[in-house]
Design a protein around this ligand. Sequence first.
Ligand code: SR1
Ligand code: MG
Length: 395
Amino acid sequence: MTEHDAIDYAKAIKLFPEDAGLTCKEIGDGNLNYVFKIVDLKNNQSIIIKQAGPVARISDEFKLSPDRNRIESEILGLQYKLAPGFVPKVYNYDPIMNCTVMDDLSDHEIMRKALIKHKKFPLFADHISTFLVNTLLLTSDVVVEHKEKKELVKRFINPELCEITEDLVYTEPFYDCPRNEVFEGSKEFVRKNIWNDKKLLLESAKLKFEFMTNAQSLLHGDLHTGSIFIKRDSTKVIDPEFAFYGPAGYDIGNLIANLIFAYANGKVTIEEEETRDDYLNYLITTIKNVVNLFTDKFNKAWDEKATERVASYEGFKEYYLDTILRDTAAVTGLELLRRVIGLAKVKDLTTIEDREARICAEKICLTAGKTFILNRASIKTGADFINVIQTAELT
Ligand code: SR1
Ligand code: MG
């Protein structure tokens, strides 16, 4: 749709009064879709219409079924029930136009943009850990009746978007793929420490197969800080079009890696020492709290909500949570590597203007990323995660 079409569409679905004074602006800045903000100038009421086209916005090399818009609208509906208050409300899904109408969250900011401005959100770890536990544990076989869960697996099968992740996260960053975009100052480091490390390649292969075969929980599938709208007292998760049944640690690891990008940015761009220390401490505390609060809330929710008989066997909960934390560490590492090496970048790194500062930030991410993957079996607590970051800073 053009902006003009989007106004006609908003009138046709009758979400505004007949005499509304509608305006529209296309505000999407993601890699895949078009996002129209419609405002009624008479009363400032607004909505968002998100439309999926047959190719990715970033490049028509990616041919994608617009069915991703159905997946997004359905999972938003499900998450709205599982994690109330943490996702926008959906008003309409249209399978012909491949668009979803939802709440406008313009009173919030995209978290990545806010973090690049070095803003702090003290409630975030509490909010997001609830979202993670509710959406991941409550969609798993631990809680959902198994035939019902298999229906969900079917409903959220998402082969094309999973293929993007399989390629961009699990495959291309591990060799000199023509589609990669490595910053020239980091290329030698990548060649020596990533592409030439056979042990790391083997671990990446194991993890790729785990991603493709472990239908554990209904994931958001792309939970980076660009998929989160935030303000001081509110966190809203958007953009779940990569949703599918996969390893629960994928969402948690994705999120933690993106907090580490913010950390690397703050470390090399904030000049004043006290301001820098304060901001980095905030991020360290947030990362630590995300892991520890996830663990606490997961244990509590398991005790209250598990329906599967064997879930109560002694030691099983601990074993299960251990595998999620191991996968979390691994995905933290994979996301750290792929955003430095691969095609899809993060502004936390690309907006660092000073060459040496960017190389320094990228090296922290690459060094930590590798450690998270190789040592994933022993990274379990918030303190373990922080230890990897702080050790990477020193090398
Ligand atoms: C072609 S899509 C590139 C990236 O953008 C999305 O947000 C996902 O992170 C994907 O890997
Ligand atoms: Mg997205």
